[in-house]
Design a protein around this ligand. Structure first.
Ligand code: 13P
Length: 249
């Protein structure tokens, strides 16, 4: 079975609740698509207005983070149950900004991925190398290590349903996009890594996105690669341009 493309916006720390309603009103008619799953990953405080504003549309709402405990004394954190109750379907886990500024580790991400699946949330698990690592020639080793560490004891049946986003750190917010060859090489290696840990069927069903300066001009070329199943979009997801990225064909 062919994998359905998935294009997700990562709003990062942008948009107030009031601006969320306005932006969704603008984007809603532009992102209608039957071929592509469309997700808006929004800041925690924008989740409830985003769910309300997208009711009855093809847009699913995702969170940008989540904690791995059920509930309790974890001031400032958000639990999977809270996300599910609000109507959230996806959760970005392990974005490089969270790894860098909030010191998230692969070990914690492993707990978060398992917890997300316990609550039937679909993780969008991020991985990616720095420019220094790329120049050292260790990109594929690094990515394989990230994937293997985060997926320890995660069953194949869950991995088959998840989304993995390859986001080279040097391409995020820089306007420098990976070439389609560079992006395809790593996305292919991720799929091979899943086949190695699990099996061919699991590798064939996992969806792998590319992220890092995706725009209306490069989306078609990137998303047409055999192992790239869509994109995780930052800056351009806050503009009408996102409609062109979803309708990249
Ligand atoms: P940009 O599209 O702004 O480069 O951001 C990519 C990203 O980090 C998406 O998660």
């Amino acid at each position: 079975m062919e994998r359905k493309k998935i294009v997700a916006g990562n709003w990062k720390m942008n948009m107030t609740p009031a601006k969320t309603v306005e932006l969704i009103a603008t984007l809603k008619p532009l992102v209608e698509s039957i071929d592509v799953d469309v997700v808006f990953c929004v800041p925690a405080i924008d989740i409830v207005p985003a769910i309300t504003a997208t009711r009855g549309t093809n847009i699913a709402i995702g969170a940008e983070n989540m904690y791995f405990e059920e509930s309790g004394a974890y001031t400032g954190e958000i639990s999977p149950e809270m996300l599910v109750d609000a109507g959230v379907k996806y959760v970005i886990l392990g974005h490089s900004e969270r790894r860098e500024y909030f010191h998230e580790t692969d070990e914690e991400l492993n707990k978060k991925v398992k917890k997300a699946f316990e609550h039937s949330l679909t993780p969008i698990l991020c991985c990616g190398e720095t420019l220094e690592q790329r120049e050292m020639g260790i990109t594929l080793d690094w990515i394989r290590m990230q994937i293997k560490s985060v997926l320890v004891d995660v069953p194949a049946s869950d991995v088959a349903k998840m989304v993995i986003a390859y986001e080279p750190i040097w391409a995020i917010g820089t306007g420098v996009t990976a070439t389609s060859e560079q992006a395809e090489e790593v996305c292919k290696a991720i799929r091979e890594c899943i086949a190695e840990i699990y099996d061919e069927d699991t590798a064939k069903s996992v969806r792998i996105q590319y992220g890092g300066s995706v725009n209306a001009g490069n989306a078609k070329e990137l998303f047409s690669q055999p192992n790239i199943d869509g994109g995780l979009v930052g800056g351009a997801s806050l503009k009408p341009e996102f409609g062109k990225i979803v309708n990249y064909k």
